[in-house]
Write a protein that binds this ligand. Sequence first.
Ligand SMILES: [Zn+2]
Length: 317
Amino acid sequence: MQNNYIVDGHCDSLINYVENDRTLNDPSEGGQWDLQRARQSGVALQFLAAFIQTKYKPNRSLQRGLQLIDGAHRFIAKYSDRVFLVQSKTDLEQLPDPARLGILLSVEGGEILGEDLFMVDIIFKLGVRALGLTWNQRNALAAGVGETHTQLDLTQLGRQVVQRMNQLGMLVDVSHLNEAGFWQVLEVSKDPIAATHSCAMALCQHPRNLTDQQLRALGRHKGVVGVNFYPRFLKESGVATRADVVRHISHIAEVAGVETVGLGSDFDGIEETPEGLGQVGDYHYLREDLLKTGFSSREVEQIMGRNFMRLLSDVLK
Ligand SMILES: [Zn+2]
């Protein structure tokens, strides 16, 4: 566990918890992610996303975001002997903690801020340490990859949000952001950034994936890409296996450097999974595959967790 720990940059399991569908502790309830299997797998830090679904936008985005954040705090309190909220560099230094899994609370969708910069400080005070500026749509900060007809830039508010996040020590997440916004975030942000759950466009033409040029730029800026396990991002046929996850990892390592690659499973946010990597208990197979592919054990450690840990220690205060 000491070296072979895992950091997962994205899962959507919180929605199940808030809807009372699952406790997120018991594997027998189904689902792709739960505490028991995550701990057995060696997950040291899990990003738990408050994903604001389209049906709540625009009017109920804040309420839904707060409901999910509250759910995260209830989950952490209920299992406080086994999980804790990671909010600072000091918290990060506790990881990997053999007794407790770290949770990094993220919000997926800048809609939670409405049009108010002060909301960044409020979600920070609520324990949020990463924010995806957009989902696929446009909001007051920027435009998502679903806005295909325009090349909308970051708005002035979007720029201010990035700067405020830098000051507070919050990770800017560009997964789902359109390309114009991506380049501007890199320009504005003084801290490295992440694409917490994205894959390589060169291997699968999908608007959610990143071009080699974007991957290289992320690497130059000491950012990290969490490779997403969604088959439609891995392969154009929409049917994928664990080998395809390895292909994307290898490609990003080749183009942007091995220190740029991480994992962003998207568990419980994807209705299909790659064959052989269907749930959080399957990570050991991925580790074996990476070693067989020719990555050194040190590189595998970087990919599975250390790169994200290094990024967070660069960003959190
Ligand atoms: Zn997402």
